[in-house]
Design a protein around this ligand. Structure first.
Ligand code: DGL
Length: 251
């Protein structure tokens, strides 16, 4: 039965855990296989071709696991490769995260906004289409080169220094912050320490609803009550990451 099969979800590292948590909230009776691609991390500064290859390998792995749907829990991979993957794997339902810039347009159009994302996402055609469609003309696009790496390392000291160096100039000047990389929701508090009381926009809750709708539409929801099972796979078998991943899931 297809309904019993797992949902595959991946990111360049553990950032996608912020997406998985939102999914689990509204899809409690599912099995999940999470793939963290430490071997090729970070994705933020890689070419489109490289990212296509990384994603393809992960998708092939999920196919061997018979996943019924695949979640791209990485903004960079979504921005660069989702179209390619959808064309190549026509029978697989893909759901892909994107920076929640439309939410700013819908809910708080007039406020000055900072979009934080990887260089790859900010320079991508997909993000630029979204940005120009919903541009509020009070937006700063900030490519946060290297930030996902130090979140991945869990290096608190480096994160503090990075944020001070790159964000302090926006203190008092922005009200909205779009968290355009799945790693960034892990450092909301640290961002607030520098920027003050800003409002965050994160695409993960929206993605979770979209996934639920898609599974419903395709008759793929698992309606039997089961205990959530999450299998964590890291392409470098990084045990530390695995430990941290499950700690964050439980928080
Ligand atoms: N977490 C990823 C994203 O949402 C990318 C981090 C990276 O590997 O650069 O963009």
């Amino acid at each position: 039965m297809k309904q019993n099969e797992a949902i595959g979800i991946f990111d360049s590292g553990i950032g996608g855990v912020t997406v998985l948590k939102e999914i689990i909230n509204i899809l409690p009776n599912e099995k999940y296989i999470y793939y963290s691609d430490s071997k090729n991390n970070p994705y933020g500064d890689k070419s489109d071709q490289q990212i296509n290859i990384f994603c393809e390998n992960i998708v092939e792995f999920f196919i061997t696991k018979k996943c019924k749907a695949i979640v791209i829990a990485c903004n960079t991979a979504s921005a660069k490769s989702v179209q390619y993957l959808r064309e190549k794997y026509k029978n697989i339902p893909f759901v892909a995260i994107e920076p929640a810039y439309k939410m700013v347009y819908d809910y708080t159009y007039d406020e000055p906004t900072l979009v934080m994302a990887t260089k790859g996402t900010i320079e991508s055609e997909k993000f630029n289409l979204l940005y120009h469609k919903y541009d509020n003309h009070k937006t700063i696009l900030l490519p946060c080169v290297g930030l996902a790496d130090i979140i991945e390392e869990n290096n608190e000291e480096k994160i503090k220094i990075y944020l001070k160096e790159h964000l302090e100039i926006y203190k008092g000047k922005v009200k909205n912050v779009v968290l355009g990389c799945t790693h960034y929701p892990l450092i909301k508090q640290e961002i607030k320490q520098v920027l003050g009381d800003v409002q965050f926009f994160d695409g993960a809750p929206y993605l979770a609803k979209h996934l639920r709708e898609l599974l419903k539409e395709k008759g793929l929801i698992n309606n039997q009550t089961i205990e959530n099972t999450i299998q964590f796979i890291d392409s470098l078998n990084d045990e530390q990451k695995k430990k941290r991943f499950f700690e964050i899931i439980k928080e």
